[in-house]
Write a protein that binds this ligand. Sequence first.
Ligand SMILES: CC(C)(COP(=O)(O)OP(=O)(O)OC[C@H]1O[C@@H](n2cnc3c(N)ncnc32)[C@H](O)[C@@H]1OP(=O)(O)O)[C@@H](O)C(=O)NCCC(=O)NCCS
Length: 154
Amino acid sequence: MTNAATLRRADVADHAALESLQSRASLNNPGDRGALLQHPDAIEVALADILAGHVFLAERDGTIVGFGTVLPRDDGQAELDALFVEPALWRQGLGRLLLEHGAALARLRGAAALHVVANTHAEAFYRSSGFEATGTFKTRFGSGLLMLRTLTPG
Ligand SMILES: CC(C)(COP(=O)(O)OP(=O)(O)OC[C@H]1O[C@@H](n2cnc3c(N)ncnc32)[C@H](O)[C@@H]1OP(=O)(O)O)[C@@H](O)C(=O)NCCC(=O)NCCS
């Protein structure tokens, strides 16, 4: 199976590996590279999110191959705050695996919807995973797409 990977909660010891994976994945998005190289501080995984149990990752043979962060929102819904897959392993189902895990976690916490501010490069991925666009959002580096997926009770 191409997407055989194990999922687990991230630990503080994973912090550096997650930030370097995020850097590789983000720099691989055409168009984002220049802005990110000028603003390396944009690559950040918050230790507080790891400690709070909001960050989860996928591993293959002990190597981290992707991770995601799902945060609770003030309105009781959930926000997919990060989703990154090792670029050499894109289109093998790892993004979907991580997304479904994040959606399941959000559902378990009682959220009825999962929101994301989607990078335009990831729009097709989110649409194919059940998200719909609800608007646009001005990000630090341009425009992002506000997207939403309704979570049905599992
Ligand atoms: C977006 C991202 C997480 C997707 O991860 P992935 O492991 O490649 O995604 P999957 O293999 O699970 O893709 C599932 C489906 O999404 C769609 N999809 C994924 N990437 C796509 C692309 N570049 N173009 C069109 N459709 C795409 C396809 O329908 C795909 O199924 P298929 O391969 O059978 O056709 C990954 O590309 C990434 O890390 N990008 C950089 C960081 C980023 O932009 N993250 C999103 C922040 S909002």
